[in-house]
Design a protein around this ligand. Structure first.
Ligand code: DAT
Ligand code: MG
Length: 143
């Protein structure tokens, strides 16, 4: 099963959305295997968004993501469709970005977009590894 790096961005933390967002992944049936709160150091933020370092929005993005605490998480299960597409203005209602975001930059949450980016991002934000456990409820959640 896939594990995704998910991060509640500084806007989501400041707006008090942490409990609601964690609740969406948890009640859907995903398994929380990593959780930490930190104000991202510049080196981690730059490595995380290195793929965008030529884009015009890059410096604003780094400034935003290092501006205050984020909640970094690792979730096992399918996460990306809970998050929704990048732009909160067009993301479907029912997704986190569709329900909470009104913008493209301040879009509340990050989720890695594939297996390769997930393993890179999980290693970057969780250098000590993840928590290995099984949810008893998985016998009910998965056929
Ligand atoms: P995603 O976060 O959905 O993976 P992305 O990888 O294309 O989106 O971009 C990373 C982040 O950069 C995104 O969450 C918000 C910001 N961003 C992307 N495109 C932007 C734009 N055109 N203007 C401002 N910020 C942008
Ligand atoms: Mg991306």
């Amino acid at each position: 099963m896939q594990t995704t790096f998910v991060m509640i961005k500084p806007d989501g933390v400041q707006r008090g959305l942490v409990a609601d967002i964690i609740g969406r992944f948890e009640t859907k049936g995903l398994r929380l295997v990593g959780l930490r709160q930190l104000t991202p150091p510049l080196e981690i933020a730059e490595a995380h968004y290195e793929v965008h370092n030529e884009r015009p929005f890059y410096s604003g993005l780094i400034e935003f993501i290092t501006s205050g605490p984020v909640v970094a998480m690792a979730w096992t299960g399918v996460a990306r469709n809970i998050i929704g597409p990048t732009d909160g203005r067009t993301a479907a209602p029912g997704t986190i970005r569709g329900d909470f975001a009104m913008d493209i930059g301040h879009n509340v949450i990050h989720g890695s977009d594939g297996e390769d980016t997930a393993s890179f991002e999980l290693g970057l934000w969780f250098p000590d590894g993840l928590v290995d456990w099984t949810r008893d409820a998985e016998a009910q959640i998965y056929e």
